[in-house]
Design a protein around this ligand. Structure first.
Ligand SMILES: NC(=O)c1ccc[n+]([C@@H]2O[C@H](COP(=O)([O-])OP(=O)(O)OC[C@H]3O[C@@H](n4cnc5c(N)ncnc54)[C@H](OP(=O)(O)O)[C@@H]3O)[C@@H](O)[C@H]2O)c1
Length: 270
């Protein structure tokens, strides 16, 4: 099957997207996934892995040239990609719908877009920026994905949180708090879905340390996985529709120990 490649524009002209997508659309019978934040690191590795497993892919991020140049040639299944900045939620929702039209549907939505922020200096501007992407951007895409899956009666939402969601951090307070939001929100949506008897799965992915552009400067990492290994494990858990995916697996034990530890003791250790 041919690869449609990236849409080469920054603003999302919906009609152009549909024209390019019409060709791809008619040929797809496989599962269809959209990855938000696919240009590097875990998102890009996940795109390669899901492509290998036969998913047709809609890819979104700000660095569209990078997706086109470095990612699309590695994919063995049909794909299309578009510019998306989740800080602009309305435009991102439009872009998401363009991708879905191009793919001819959606079965899986992976919300991976995120930035880190660890600094001894707490600056309001960088904190707000992080919250706009990791919290508001995440919530905006989650809402839209949920609405789409409710309407079509099935779907799978995957959010990339972090082991950091389980811990406070003196220099990464906004990042850790943003990931706590992601995990708690996914848990709450999963509960809501169960109560309402909806046919939608929700997977909360908690990576430990993964070697990506986000962490390449971080000298104090342990149990580090490369992005390809992380992508394989996340894909396995997606296929199994796991509620929670620990990457790598040994972090499950740490998560369990942390859940048992009284907050006073935890704060003294950290
Ligand atoms: N690496 C780790 O050890 C680790 C551990 C736990 C959790 N995580 C989480 O895993 C996810 C992926 O991180 P990574 O390590 O793979 O880092 P990365 O290589 O920096 O990837 C981040 C991805 O998010 C996208 N993104 C960032 N801001 C965006 C925005 N405003 N709009 C749209 N896309 C945006 C980036 O694309 P553009 O810049 O092209 O827009 C990129 O594709 C993040 O949510 C991160 O918090 C990572």
């Amino acid at each position: 099957m041919p690869n449609a490649g990236c849409l080469r524009y920054r603003k999302i002209p919906v009609t152009s997207g549909l024209e390019i997508g019409a060709e791809l659309n008619s040929e797809l019978t496989t599962s269809k996934a959209v990855i938000i934040g696919a240009s590097s690191g875990i998102g890009a590795a996940l795109a390669v892995e899901l492509s290998r497993r036969g998913y047709a892919l809609g890819l979104a991020a700000r660095r569209i040239e990078m997706m086109e140049r470095e990612l699309v040639p590695k994919l063995s299944s049909p794909s299309c990609c578009t510019f998306m900045d989740v800080m602009d939620i309305e435009a991102s929702i439009t872009a998401l719908h363009v991708l879905i039209r191009q793919l001819g549907g959606i079965d899986l939505l992976v919300i991976n877009a995120g930035i880190s922020g660890s600094s001894p200096v707490m600056e309001r501007e960088s904190t707000e920026n992080l919250i706009k992407i990791n919290v508001l951007g995440f919530a905006g895409m989650l809402h839209e994905g949920y609405r789409i899956f409710q309407r079509q009666g099935h779907g799978h939402i995957v959010g990339i949180s972090s082991i950091a969601s389980l811990l406070p951090h003196p220099n990464g307070s906004a990042y850790n708090a943003s990931k706590a939001f992601v995990s708690n929100y996914l848990d709450s949506i999963r509960l809501r879905i169960r109560r309402r008897g909806e046919n939608i799965s929700v997977t909360d992915v908690l990576p430990g340390y993964v070697l990506t552009p986000m962490t390449e400067e971080n000298k104090r990492m342990f149990w580090v996985a490369d992005a390809e290994k992380a992508a394989r494990q996340i894909s396995d858990d997606i296929i199994k529709r796991r509620a929670v995916s620990y990457v790598t697996r040994r972090w499950r034990l740490i998560a369990w120990l942390l859940s048992l530890m009284p907050r006073g003791i935890l704060n003294r250790i950290l």
